[in-house]
Design a binder for this molecule. Structure first.
Ligand code: IPM
Ligand code: MG
Length: 367
């Protein structure tokens, strides 16, 4: 069997800690016949310290060749004053852009065992299973001009540009409709057409594509601000939410808290399929590098491990193994194991490594 190549970019802060637990999971699957070949490399602040760039050319080459990239987290106060184009986040943005990863899938699932860890009432979040499909290579993140200019009168001007072309909206909407067909068949598109022309175009293109190719799927439009409100009011009304890069960034953090903790949310960033059906892909937890808890063994590795679970499903056609991993995570939570981020007040907690080991034990028990 040909090896499946995984590039592991652990990054900064808690990135290396949660990646270490994910490596144990990869090794466990290899022990049962899988053929993952991993390679570690630097990204973010760690890459800046080593090479003066947030991601080196050599790493980009490896990423372009890998079957999938697993990404931890980047950033931290240590790099607060490095040049803007070399800041840790620039490494992640370059990977997304150069790999063409336009579709970012961010599922928000509330495990029953964690319903009380959410800041919302149990009945609002219990059983929640929604999917945010965030456009990832366009919009205000990448639009030009993007600059701070000196106006010469003691004033400066900061400019970012929100821009979307037809094809960018069409391909992300198509991804959302296709995914909805495998779920509860409903898509909610979120933009701000009441103030943004890019939002007006977004709404028109999504509506046209729906009419032309996906009229079997229920489509609903919502202004993104109202969407944020509905997400905390009654999130179970949603199935798939499709939205732009910036709104998707914000709304997915909101959705993460519904599930109990940012430490629970995995994500997949996918490119277009080539002739052989293969896609470039990067998998990463939605959470950041959490420098405040880095090195303390307090990080929750579940979002990173579940991101590998998404790789099993979306890059390697291993849906059965992916389900197995999801069940092992749920079983571990059912047993009451909690990292500090998901512990109730006064509840005993486990370390990052203990959580990883417990998930392996749950895999063993089910195998
Ligand atoms: C995310 C993060 C990134 C983003 C940062 C680290 C650049 O917040 O993946 O949600 O804004 O996209
Ligand atoms: Mg974010």
């Amino acid at each position: 069997m040909t090896a499946k190549t995984l590039l592991l970019l652990a990054g900064d802060g808690i990135g290396p800690e949660v990646m270490a637990e994910t490596k144990k999971i990869i090794a466990w699957f290899n022990g049962r016949g899988a053929t993952f070949e991993t390679q570690d490399d630097l990204v973010g602040g760690a890459a800046y310290d080593a090479h003066g760039e947030a991601v080196s050319e050599a790493t980009m080459k490896t990423a372009l060749k890998a079957d999938a990239v697993l990404f931890g987290a980047v950033g931290g106060p240590k790099w607060a004053s490095v040049p803007y184009d070399k800041r840790p986040e620039a490494g992640l943005l370059r990977l997304r852009k150069d790999l063409g990863l336009f579709a970012n899938l961010r599922p928000a699932i509330c495990y029953p065992a964690l319903a009380d860890a959410s800041s919302l009432k149990r009945e609002i979040v219990e059983g929640l299973d929604i999917l945010i499909v965030r456009e990832l290579t366009g919009g205000v993140y990448f639009g030009q001009p993007k600059e701070i200019t000196d106006l010469g009168n003691g004033q400066r001007r900061g400019v970012d540009t929100q821009v979307y072309d037809t094809y960018e909206i069409e391909r992300i909407a198509a991804a959302a409709f296709e995914l909805a067909r495998t779920r509860r068949n409903k898509v909610t598109s979120m933009e701000k057409h009441n103030v943004m022309l890019s939002g007006l175009l977004w709404k028109e293109i999504v509506t046209d594509l729906h009419k032309k190719s996906y009229s079997d799927v229920t489509l609903e439009h919502m202004l993104a601000d109202a969407g944020g409100m509905q997400l905390v009011r009654w999130p179970k009304q949603f199935d798939v939410i499709v939205t732009d890069n910036l709104f998707g960034d914000m709304l997915s953090d909101v959705a993460a808290m519904l599930t109990g903790s940012l430490g629970m949310l995995p994500s997949a960033s996918l490119g277009a399929a080539d002739e052989s059906g293969k896609r470039k892909a990067l998998y990463e937890p939605v959470h950041g590098s959490a420098p405040d808890i880095a090195g303390k063994g307090a990080a929750n590795p579940i979002a990173m491990i579940a991101s590998f679970g998404m790789a099993l499903r979306y890059s390697f056609g291993m849906a059965r193994e992916s389900d197995m991993l999801d069940r092992a995570i749920a079983a571990t939570l059912d047993k009451g194991l909690r990292t500090p981020d998901i512990a109730a007040k006064g509840q005993a907690t486990v370390t990052t490594a203990q959580m990883g080991d417990a998930i392996i034990a749950a895999l063993e028990a089910a195998a």
